[in-house]
Design a protein around this ligand. Structure first.
Ligand SMILES: [Fe+2]
Length: 261
């Protein structure tokens, strides 16, 4: 019976949910810090992060593809090497993350940053992260600007994911009918800055060409319970220990004291 508790949460039913940050100030600090890295790298002098990020495509047209890719890589490296940014993400959604995963946590080593300019022809095809990732991961997609419609990403509910997988099993080589199954099943959650889309790694998701006239900036990162099964990838390549409960801390120290590690 205990296993039926908490089923009221939308994410447990459909596989995704938009969650409000309980620490909006932390998200603002996060965005300011990331914006500073971006403006320095791109020599961008717009002061207001919201205006600057939404209109970022206006400076992209002045850059060659090689320059743009190099600058993107530099920004992602700088963001990912700053662990305080991960702390800000966690603190912004700590209550919900701990409610879902507990207090012994791993976090993905890199924070992914995705820039999707209007009409950018590099959408992400529908895919699931698990497998090969662990089914026990929780994915957080955090926009730095308000996102809706095709400026947002899309999710496919748990039940439609199952139907699509059944279709794939029947016709494993028929990619078109598989894609057709998704056509009218895409949800483009309305996710404002101050919120995050939480989703389960085994639902299909992706993004289409951004048909709005604003650029989307979004972060994504994964959390996982420390004592949960790994996926097919070696976990410590992608995750690092993030937080442990008092009980786990005591037990780990005790094991070390007694020479059992
Ligand atoms: Fe994904």
């Amino acid at each position: 019976m205990l296993m039926d508790q908490n089923i009221d949460k939308k994410i447990y039913e459909v596989g995704w949910e938009v969650i409000n940050s309980s620490q909006f100030d932390n998200l603002k600090i996060l965005r300011n810090n990331i914006y500073k890295i971006i403006t320095e790298e791109f020599n961008y002098n717009e002061q207001n992060p919201e205006i600057g990020l939404n209109n970022f495509h206006k400076i992209l047209s002045e850059l060659s593809d090689t320059d743009l890719n190099q600058k993107k890589v530099n920004v992602i490296q700088k963001i990912s090497s700053d662990n305080s940014l991960v702390d800000l993400i966690f603190e912004s959604f700590a209550k919900e993350i701990e409610e879902m995963l507990g207090k012994d946590l791993l976090v993905q080593k890199t924070i992914n940053l995705v820039i999707q300019a209007p009409k950018d022809l590099n959408p992400t095809i529908p895919h699931r992260d698990a497998p090969p990732n662990s089914y026990f991961e929780l994915v957080l997609w955090i926009p730095l600007v308000d996102c809706k419609d095709t400026k947002s990403m899309y999710t496919i509910d748990m039940s439609s994911t199952k139907n699509a997988l059944d279709e794939l099993e029947k016709n494993p080589d028929d990619w078109d009918s598989f894609i057709n199954k998704f056509k009218d099943k895409k949800n483009y959650p309305n996710v404002k800055f101050g919120q995050a889309l939480f989703f389960l790694p085994y639902i299909y998701h992706g993004s289409d060409t951004n048909n709005t006239n604003e650029t989307r900036f979004s972060l994504n990162i994964r959390f996982k319970a420390l004592f949960s099964p790994s996926g097919k990838k070696f976990p410590l390549h992608f995750f690092r220990l993030f937080k442990v409960s008092e009980l786990t801390k005591l037990a780990l120290n005790k094991i070390k004291d007694e020479g059992l590690e």
